[in-house]
Design a protein around this ligand. Sequence first.
Ligand code: HEM
Length: 496
Amino acid sequence: MVFQWLLAGVLLIFVWCFYQLIAKIVLPPAYFPKNIPTIPFYYTLLPIFKEVDQEELYHKYLERPLTECGAVKIFFGGHWNVLITRPTYMAQVLKYDGDFPKAGNHVKNPHSVLALYTGENIISAIGNKWKLFADLAKPALQANVDTSIMVRNAQRLISLLLQEQHKMASVDIGDYIQAYAIANVTESLLGSTFEALGNAKHPLLQLQREIKPKIFNPFHLNFPGLDRLRLPSREEAKKLVKKFKAELSSLVMKGHKHRCQPDSTNLGCRLLSAYTNGQLSEYHLQQNTLITFVAGHENPMILLLSNLFVLADRPDLQEQVRKEVMSLSPADRINPDALATLPLLTSMIFETLRMYPPLSQIMNKRTAADVMLGEDILLRAGTYTGYNGYSTNRNREFWGPDADLFRPSRWGETVDDMNTLYRRATSKATFITFHGGKRTCLGQKWALAAHRVSMSIFLTSLQWRLDPTWPRKMTPAGPLMPKKLRLQVEQIQGAR
Ligand code: HEM
């Protein structure tokens, strides 16, 4: 009898411990605010089990609680987080950066493959390290942009697309745009020619193709703690990441056989010279090179894909913007300052950035102390937080009841109106595609100049439409873009 009671007791303790373990994962911690909704744990598992589209998921599960309460509790990246979207709350997050410092993957999940990949860098660092990295990068990222590199690469891209279209019914455009974006960032910012455009077998592209599904696999993204178990497949992923970082660094170094000067306006040169004079460790040189490469090509690539999609879907608008660009002289058509004076091109780009922020959701902050979000949401010290630009950029109080509609005219009639609204929306945190505040994107100027020139060359060289057989879907998770976009492209008569 005693033995049976003992057994029952042990069983009860076991069940209780198991319950505690599961509850820790599937329920938010007790110290999380009670007065905001909880997104059910299973939401995060959907991309693991189903073919999903993150826009559809957003409208089904997140839109209502976020619109009503402006913040929710959500499981992501192995932790419970508070996802903040209401512009007044976001304005507080951006303004009081010290209350909401960055806590990147290297802090959140230090043993994960993702942390090994991104590490501590200019985007994730805080305090003096961030200041050092930003001081090194700013003069290069804010210098005048030499767009002749993008012009040359865009012309090469157009011929590759036409060659592919000649062979196929339509072009799977993603890999081409990625190679183009890589060519731009490496040649323009890192000062090294990788010759990846038109060379699908380039070792760096191949490595990236192998790594991405391993890093951005929804299961491993949500349960990074499992990377501690040293499973063979994850150890293999770590090896690939190390190989990729070494390959990238060696390619950048090859482009800088000359002596790099600290006052150079080339980012690659500035990072290398900081390493040579002892300001940067080898680790920080590698991580900052990697993040410049990743942020500098992936975001422009995603923006370009979304913009091509938007115009493929609206042939009339494509034709109107083309006419506007054609009204410029040939020299002005590749001059970003001249292109920035065109109202339709400007509003169409701003509207694409508003509706399809490439980094639609980011969870990389952690409260430094207890902080009151707005008037009544108490966030305890150590709470992971994040933001969702897709939601904030569609705030109906600011953008009106048709905020979900692609309507470039909402930006105004003149370019002055548009730039004023851009600044106002950014300062009110109702347009957070480039983050904003002290930690605003440092590549914004470069990205916009490159994008204007890329769009201009596309518009004046090609007409494009959606392949009717393309399944209209956005990516399931992570960066937001049309999934495996297929276009039919046609050369414009007399364009070449
Ligand atoms: C369409 C293009 C781009 C978009 C939408 C974009 C968006 C963003 C966003 C949302 C952040 C904040 C990330 C966070 O919260 O952790 C950021 C930061 C940053 N971006 Fe971009 N980005 C773009 C292009 C670029 C380019 C081309 C570069 C050049 C290397 C770049 C360099 C940076 C840097 C250095 C930061 C860190 C700023 C800091 O914390 O001080 N970005 N960007």
